[in-house]
Structure formats: C-alpha cells, structure tokens
Design a binder for this molecule. Structure first.
Ligand code: SF4
Length: 305
C-alpha cells in the first residue's frame, strides 16, 4: 500500500478505519516486561530521552548489573511465569567489556529451562550481531523511533540509517526483531504514514508503540499536545493495516490514553502489552492489564517478564 492510499485511510471516519484494521487482528494479547540492566550516562542526544547525558534529568544512573544479579532476576521471572527475559541497557552501543558480559548473561538466561532471551542494547555491528545469534539470543529490540525524514529533528549524534542497519543485521542473523516508534514528538500525519511504510519495509515481528511522555529538562519537555487520542488511534490503525503480520505492542506512554481509548486500541489494532513499569516512566500493573484483556474477551498468549 502506498503513501497516498494510507493517507486516504487515515482520514476515513474513525469507526470505519478501526474496522479495516480489525480485519488483520487475531484475538490474542501477548504480555512482556523489561529489566533495566544499565541506566543513564548515554553519549547520544535523543531529545526525548531521560538517559542522555546532554540533559540534566532526574534519574539514577547505574553501570551494567553483574551477571549473577541478572541471572537471579531471570530465575525469579521464570518463577512468576515468564517465558521471555529481556536485558535492556542505555547507550548508543555496548562497549567491548559490557558486550562480553551481556553475552555471558544471555547464555545464563538460556540455561534456564523454558525461558527465552531478549536484548535491547543499542546499535550493533556485524560481528556483534553474529556473536549474539551464536549465543542463542532469540529476539533483539531496536526502534527506528520516527521516520527517516523527521529523524534529524529528534537526534543528531547518530543516524536513522545506522538504526535500520542494526535491524537488518538482526534479521540477517536469524533473530526475531522488535522495532517500533515514539509518537507525539512533533511529527506530521504524513510522517506517521511514512513510519508505517518504513516499518513495512523492515518487517519487524513486533512493533512497540510508545507515546511520548515528556521528560522535564529534555528538549521535548513541553511536547504534551503534539498528538491527541484520536490521532493516536488513527496512527495505530494505519500501522496495523500496513504491517498486518506484525504484533503492535503498547509500550511507554499508553497511559496518555483514557481507559476507553486504550480498550479501543486493544480491540482494533494492538495485540501486545509491555506491562509493569517502563525504563524511566511508570506503567500499569500486570493484574490490571489482565483484567482489561478478560473484559475484552481476548486470549492472553504468554506472560513475559
Ligand atoms: S541512544 Fe538510547 S539511551 Fe541513548 S539517548 Fe538515545 S534513546 Fe536514550
């Protein structure tokens, strides 16, 4: 589907648009959640991010956790029903010693019966992608964040193309790819459609949808009104129509939607939820998300912590 087809769909009556998106939905909802293994002190200047060292945000920075701590957290997650455990770190790319330790952590997680490993550790080179695949990593998370035409307004210390290259390496080495966006950073409707098309070219297995939660002291701290609830729903529908085989996953910022709009999104466009807290913002308790899934008559596919 091309840009003008998607723009025409975007401008349909909302109900009609949501029904078109629903044609591509299963009745399943997947849950996952994350563990922050390294926080803050990032060399990059992403204008939305609490972890960038360019901005004086109020976060507790900490270096990479040790392998034993991560392993114990993984064992604990398994006890609570997890089937996937994700290591998430700040930074453009892991330095050599952090990378070796992360590979060690992945191998430890894979030894735990019934637990899959997942990682979100920044931009990769070819050698790193191959090492992660050889270590048995099942899924890698790396967002494009916004479309190519808007990327320079969001970050100038690395490029959109570097991000897409990492996504391509993940797929080249046979790992599953989780790749999404942050909405509400000042992009136009056309640029939301561009994101949908660019994601369709990348073909992620899962598309995390974040809605900007403006962080004090970042350049986007006042970006509270760059997207409204109806336009969030319209964008989700367009993403689903352009990416029918990918699971759209509600992530950070979904609390900006009312309960009613969150439920509409889950009914018509979204088949995954990152439950619990996010990296630097608060989310919803898994128990509350489970109640919503039941209320909508959906099937909870798996629990991932
Ligand atoms: S590279 Fe990641 S951690 Fe660093 S500023 Fe950008 S989004 Fe934040």
């Amino acid at each position: 589907m091309n840009k003008s087809d998607l723009l025409n769909l975007y401008n349909l009556e909302l109900e009609e648009l949501l029904k078109k998106s629903a044609d591509f939905m299963t009745n399943n909802i997947e849950f996952c959640s994350l563990v922050n293994a390294r926080n803050g002190k990032c060399s990059q200047n992403c204008k939305y991010c609490a972890q960038s060292s360019y901005y004086k945000t109020n976060i507790d920075a900490f270096p990479l956790l040790d392998t034993e701590t991560v392993k114990n957290a993984a064992i604990d997650a398994k006890k609570h029903g997890a089937s996937r455990f994700a290591i998430v770190t700040s930074g453009k790319t892991p330095d050599e010693s952090d990378f070796d330790r992360i590979v060690e952590m992945i191998k430890e997680i894979n030894k735990i019966d019934g637990l899959n490993s997942c990682a979100s550790i920044g931009i990769l080179n070819e050698e790193q992608a191959e090492i992660l695949a050889d270590a048995g990593l099942t899924r890698f998370h790396h967002n494009i964040n916004t479309c190519k035409s808007y990327y320079p307004e969001v970050c100038t210390t690395h490029t959109y193309d570097e991000r897409v290259n990492t996504c391509r390496l993940v797929k080249k080495y046979g790992m599953e790819l989780c790749c999404g966006v942050i909405l509400g950073m000042g992009e136009t409707v056309e640029q939301r459609v561009e994101m949908a098309i660019e994601l369709a070219e990348i073909q992620p297995d899962s598309i995390p949808i974040n809605i900007l939660m403006p962080i004090p002291e970042t350049p986007f701290e006042n970006y509270h009104d760059k997207i409204d609830e109806e336009n969030i729903l319209r964008t989700l529908a367009i993403f689903k129509i352009a990416n029918p085989k990918s699971v759209l996953r509600f992530c950070g910022g979904r609390m900006r939607l009312s309960e009613k709009h969150q439920e509409l999104a889950l009914k018509y466009c979204v088949e995954g939820i990152l439950t619990g807290n996010y990296l630097t913002t608060t989310g919803k308790k898994p128990e509350d998300d489970i109640k919503t899934v039941k209320k909508l008559g959906k099937t909870l596919l798996c629990t991932t912590i």
